[in-house]
Design a protein around this ligand. Structure first.
Ligand SMILES: [Fe+2]
Ligand SMILES: [Fe+2]
Length: 326
């Protein structure tokens, strides 16, 4: 039997060609894709100050929880250096490579970088946010990193990113509709275009895992089981505010998201169900005993989690974030 790392590198090399083949479908050409300035007031125009005034009038109608969630989402996006450095440490991603997995990581990062950029500028202009407090949280989150239990295993990493890209698609999409409800059509549009990017990224990572299942089903199944046993933690789980300890703000952020129905325990189950369907887990038969056990655990998990989710109460605890004025 080959060493774990060696086998992983071999599989990554094998599926690299499928990634390169489809990269231009999963990531849009840079010259054509939207940029933050397409959606923001242009400071070189005479209309700039009127546009800012309009932006602030719309932002004034956003609920407290929605602003809190939007800030948490923005900080999560702004911690991109953590995600890029983590992806480049994955087995099979060669740092000096110019057209392999490192290319994917760079191009994916380049697309993602627009998300934090756009939301940060919007929040700065909105007049609702204590930018300094938010910036402190961002710097803390990047400095604190994260601990998501994937190690350098590409299978666990791509299972995590498949899940997480779907989760961000759901949450940005929901923020878009709540912003619209609160009368902020500009913010709604912003979150809508970001959500569309996340959907494409989810498709990519799911495709990579499908390809891995074709050549190494047992190990992929065990990796999936392992990630689900550990639970998929959000990348911002170490979120904190000035004066607080590592991770102390995170629960308040997820409570606000739960209250608003932006991202809930039921969404977690729905994403898991989608992955099970997309990867055709249930009908996978060419497995050894451990693989079969892992498959059965995964297939039964959504019902179990749903029962837990149904018993969960909507978090009511009010919390005052240092990020928000008033
Ligand atoms: Fe993003
Ligand atoms: Fe993303």
């Amino acid at each position: 039997m080959k060493f774990f790392e060696e086998k992983r590198r071999e599989v990554m090399k094998h599926i690299e060609k499928y990634m390169l083949e489809k990269m231009h479908e999963f990531l849009k050409p840079i010259d054509e894709i939207w940029q933050p300035s397409d959606l923001l007031p242009d400071s070189t125009r005479d209309t700039f100050f009127t546009e800012i005034k309009e932006l602030q009038e719309s932002a004034a109608g956003l609920s407290y929880d929605l602003v809190a969630v939007l800030i948490g989402d923005t900080i999560t996006e702004e911690a991109l250096p953590t995600y890029e450095s983590w992806l480049s440490m994955v087995e099979g991603v060669d740092k000096d490579q110019h057209n392999g997995w490192m290319t994917w990581t760079r191009h994916w990062t380049a697309e993602e970088n627009r998300h934090g950029d756009l939301l940060n500028k919007y929040l700065y202009l909105s007049g609702r946010v204590n930018m300094r407090a938010m910036e402190v949280s961002t710097q803390y989150l990047i400095a604190d990193g994260f601990d998501i239990g994937t190690g350098t295993d590409p299978y666990r990493n791509f299972i995590y990113t498949s899940f997480q890209e779907m989760a961000t698609n759901v949450s940005h999409r929901r923020v878009a509709s709540l912003a619209k409800r609160d009368g902020d059509t500009l913010l709604s549009k912003m979150c809508g275009v970001i959500a569309a990017d996340e959907a494409r990224h989810a498709k990519a990572y799911k495709h990579f895992i499908s390809k891995i299942f074709e050549v190494d089903a047992n190990e992929a199944m065990l990796a999936f089981e392992d990630m689900m046993r550990k639970k998929i933690v959000m990348p911002a789980h170490f979120l904190r505010e000035v004066g607080l300890k590592i991770g102390q703000t995170f629960g308040h952020f997820t409570d606000a998201a739960e209250r608003l129905n932006v991202y809930t325990a039921v969404d977690y189950v729905d994403i898991l169900k989608t992955l099970i369907d997309d990867w055709q887990i249930e009908s996978m038969t060419e497995l050894n005993e451990a693989g079969e056990k892992a498959r059965d655990y995964i297939v039964r998990l959504p019902d179990r989690l749903l029962r837990v989710a149904e018993r969960m109460k909507n978090p009511m605890l009010e919390y005052k974030f240092s990020w928000i004025y008033g």
